[in-house]
Design a binder for this molecule. Structure first.
Ligand code: WQD
Length: 337
């Protein structure tokens, strides 16, 4: 049974990915300093899978502490690296905290992967690396425009660091560019747990609907889109999770010449903010209290994916559409009351 280290394993996408890995026969350990998560998530993972996952409460920016994980687990076969700060808005306010945290932790993990001869590395990247693309849908080869936030810049730099680092090591790597991960595990035991006021659209909708927030703002309805609000490619977090399991299998089984492959993970469908709100109102039967507000700095006007490469090479087929994304997000919000 191959052992996989999942950094950020107590986080939203990390915990869903651990469930998928366990369900596909991997042994999993987590490294998460719980600065923005809680280890209780792994109790829920055990309820779902019947398997315990050990978490190393380590700040991966401290090399010696990161190294100690590998000393205790010299049989780590693969790493999936989620651990990073991910708020676009916060990164604009505190850029150096983002560069220090997201890049130092990545460099330490890559150093250990090289020193312990870890075979496989999956990097959690993001569609934000495309900036404001000239053409949509975007392909993996679509030229990257300047990042629209320091968070996006850490993902662009992170990809470059991985690509260069593994050229000099035995490790093979895959960069997974998520579009907008949303929704929750159908069990209602794990889901998105934003700290404080949610920045992202789906938790903003569900927290407003359940009354945690008095109302929400639609950040801009004067964009050059069908209804003036921004377009995004929403993708269910469980589909994103399964792509990581497929990515490991791809590196293990394919003689792919590429040492570092890149895949877009999106549904290929673009929905505007107002379309998502309308869909939520239809599915929940509720009227959402929202206001049309000003544009949000750093927002990309419109982006959605061409994910044909992941479909053809990884065999990745997203299973859950917008209705399931909304339904599971809404069920989760009501479950955590
Ligand atoms: C989507 C749309 C907002 C909240 C970012 C990162 C991406 C990923 C997800 C990490 C935008 C609008 C939102 C609200 C609104 N991060 N919105 N009112 O910014 O596309 O992506 O978060 O995994 O890498 O770039 O996601 O959900 O914040 O915004 O109108 O209260 O919803 O303006 O148009 P975003 P988002």
């Amino acid at each position: 049974m191959k052992k996989i280290l999942v950094t950020g394993g107590c986080g939203y996408i990390g915990s869903h990915t651990i469930v998928d890995l366990l369900e596909h026969g991997y042994e999993v350990i987590s490294a998460d300093n719980n600065s923005r998560s809680t280890e209780k998530v792994l109790d829920a993972v055990e309820k779902i899978t019947g398997k315990k996952v050990k978490n190393y409460t380590v700040n991966l920016c401290i090399y010696d502490d990161t190294y100690a994980i590998f000393q205790e687990n010299p049989d780590i076969s693969g790493i999936i690296h989620f651990a990073a700060y991910k708020s676009v808005g916060e990164s604009v306010e505190q850029p150096l905290m983002y560069f220090e945290n997201n890049l130092n932790s990545l460099i330490n993990i890559l150093k250990c992967a090289d020193e312990f001869g870890v075979d496989y590395f999956v990097f959690s990247s993001s569609c934000t690396v495309y900036g404001n693309p000239d053409q949509i849908p975007v392909l993996e080869t679509t030229p990257q425009k300047p990042a629209t936030s320091p968070y996006g810049a850490t993902k662009q730099m992170g990809e470059q660091i991985v690509e260069e680092a593994i050229k000099a090591s035995v490790t093979k790597a895959i960069l997974l560019r998520y579009f907008n991960p949303v929704g929750a595990h159908p069990s209602n035991l794990i889901g998105e747990m934003p700290l404080g006021k949610p920045a992202n659209l789906f938790p903003a909708i569900t927290q407003t609907a359940i009354g945690k927030l008095p109302m929400m703002q639609v950040w801009g309805n004067d964009y050059p889109t069908k209804d003036g609000s921004c377009i995004r490619d929403y993708i269910h977090v469980s589909d994103i999770a399964h792509a990581h399991t497929l990515a490991l299998g791809y590196m293990m089984n394919s003689a792919s010449a590429e040492k570092c492959s890149i895949f877009n993970l999106g549904s290929g469908n673009g929905y505007t903010v107002l379309e998502v709100i309308a869909a939520f109102e239809k599915i929940s039967g509720m009227s959402l209290n929202y206001q049309l507000g000003p544009r949000r700095a750093g927002d990309v006007i419109a982006i959605y994916a061409n994910s044909d490469k992941a479909r053809m090479e990884l065999g990745w087929v997203p299973k859950l559409g917008l209705e399931e994304m909304i339904r599971t997000a809404w069920n989760w919000e009501r479950a955590i009351q």
